[in-house]
Design a protein around this ligand. Structure first.
Ligand SMILES: [Fe+2]
Length: 309
């Protein structure tokens, strides 16, 4: 496995300060412009930009030899890159964002003790109140898990991601590509869009209770942030709840995503039907808002201004 970790992303927004306050509020730790979990700091970087956008995606590979192999694949595809200082960098010529590949240590999050649940025939919490009801505060997000982007050319973007070493896990009728750079079912999803844009990013939580508590608390405290959820995606298996961050980007709380360790043991399904694969409970269909966020026009205009010839 060449790529094995999503290291982080950089977002550009007109008002970076509002995102600093947001990440602090939801339980990330960090400093101005750089946030993450206690265990994985510096996963989300924020910079100032004329409209909200994805600036960079950083992925970790096993070693220097992976960089050389990636460079060969990029040469074959005819995509320019910079390499040096132990990393390889590609400015995506179509979408404008930057991919950075660099060697990184293997890492998985330290497990927390499972909550004792009373299930039919498996009663494990006896004479005690449920932990989820007596925890003093919501559990914080554990890490950045995936990023979803829109692009005018899904096939070209998919080809570049494959050259970078992303592996495909599932596809929706040839228009959406779920890809991984780790054991997660997906770390990057490429979908169609009117211009390149950041659709959402997802933060992993400990379990169902942690997702529901954190998301409902944020939704209660901030009007108009509900996007979709709670639900569970058939593609990837993750429990989800999408809300909107103060910059206008959707953020997903998720837990319990499918894990793929053996590429040969996983069967890629290429004909998922978008009409029936949103969620096994909750809303049966993706909301209209999901691929048409309220600020889409602003993003389109911002992109067009910067890319006018
Ligand atoms: Fe997601």
């Amino acid at each position: 496995m060449a790529l094995h970790r999503l290291l982080g992303m950089e977002v550009g927004v007109p008002e970076p300060g509002v995102l600093d306050a947001f990440y602090d509020e939801i339980g990330f730790v960090g400093r101005e412009g750089a946030w993450g979990s206690e265990e994985l700091p510096d996963q989300i970087r924020i910079s100032e930009a004329p409209y909200r956008q994805l600036k960079e995606l950083r992925v970790g590979c096993e070693g220097e030899s992976d960089l050389a192999e990636t460079a060969q694949r990029l040469d074959a595809l005819g995509v320019a890159y910079q390499s040096g200082e132990g990393r390889l960098q590609v400015e995506d010529p179509l979408n404008g964002w930057r991919f950075v590949v660099e060697p990184a240590d293997a890492h998985d999050l330290a497990p927390k003790p499972l909550r004792d649940l009373n299930l039919p025939g498996r009663r494990t919490r006896i004479n005690r109140r449920a932990e989820a009801t007596i925890e003093a505060s919501p559990r914080p997000p554990r890490r950045l898990g995936h990023v979803v982007v829109g692009t005018q050319d899904v096939s070209k973007t998919f080809a570049l991601c494959q050259a970078l070493g992303f592996r495909v896990s599932d596809t929706v009728a040839g228009i959406a590509f779920f890809m991984r750079c780790s054991r997660d079912h997906h770390n990057l999803l490429v979908t169609p869009g009117p211009v390149p844009y950041l659709n959402h990013y997802a933060l992993e939580y400990d379990d169902t209770d942690a997702v529901l508590r954190a998301a409902s608390l944020y939704a209660r405290n901030h009007e108009g942030v509900q996007v979709d959820g709670p639900g569970r995606h058939p593609i990837g298996g993750n429990l989800f709840w999408y809300l909107k961050d103060p910059s206008g980007t959707f953020f997903e709380h998720f837990a319990d995503m499918d894990v793929i360790e053996d590429d040969d043991a996983w069967e890629v399904q290429e004909d998922w039907d978008p009409a029936t694969t949103w969620s096994v409970f909750g809303s049966g269909h993706q909301s209209e808002l999901f691929f048409n966020p309220e600020d889409m026009q602003e993003v389109i205009e911002g992109w067009s201004r910067e890319n006018e010839r």
